[in-house]
Design a protein around this ligand. Structure first.
Ligand SMILES: [Zn+2]
Length: 154
């Protein structure tokens, strides 16, 4: 989905929820797209402030659940004391995540069988899946063998 289409969807979602379309909320939306990839709430705060200096940490934490509910943003819990966020891909149900617990890097892998598996298993109970995820936590082999990894921030 293009950023224009996403912005349109976000504004529609806010209106449907009786939430105001504020400059701050739009700045946070833009910042998500500028960052791309996987980012934390703190990284989002820095980026959004670059667009609109009046964005506060509280605004970030109030806007994140709205973006997630609108299905435009995805929250990724990797069992740390903070979460990662990323722009929701359209085939989110058919992506697996491999998380390196040593380097804190998330790899997204296309897993087209996942959607099939989810619907097959749900169908046994006469259910239709609306979301699903496969997340693998892994140790960094390179770090283990050589003591360094380019993905590990100092
Ligand atoms: Zn690594």
């Amino acid at each position: 989905m293009s950023i224009e289409k996403c912005r349109e969807k976000f504004i529609e979602f806010l209106s449907a929820k009786d939430l105001r379309v504020t400059q701050q909320r739009l700045a946070i939306f833009e910042a998500c797209h500028t960052l791309g990839g996987h980012f934390t709430a703190e990284e989002l705060l820095v980026e959004a402030r670059g667009i609109d200096p009046s964005v506060s940490r509280a605004t970030i934490y109030r806007t994140l659940p709205i973006l997630i509910e609108s299905a435009l943003l995805r929250e990724i819990d990797v069992g740390k004391d903070f979460k990662f966020y990323s722009i929701a891909p359209e085939n989110a149900n058919e992506q697996a995540q491999v998380f390196c617990i040593d380097c804190e890097k998330i790899y997204e892998v296309d897993a087209p069988f996942l959607g099939w598996y989810g619907s097959t298993v749900s169908a046994k109970f006469n259910l239709r899946p609306i979301s699903q995820r496969l997340q693998i936590r892994a140790k960094c082999q390179q770090l283990e063998l050589s003591g360094t990894c380019p993905n590990k921030s100092a």
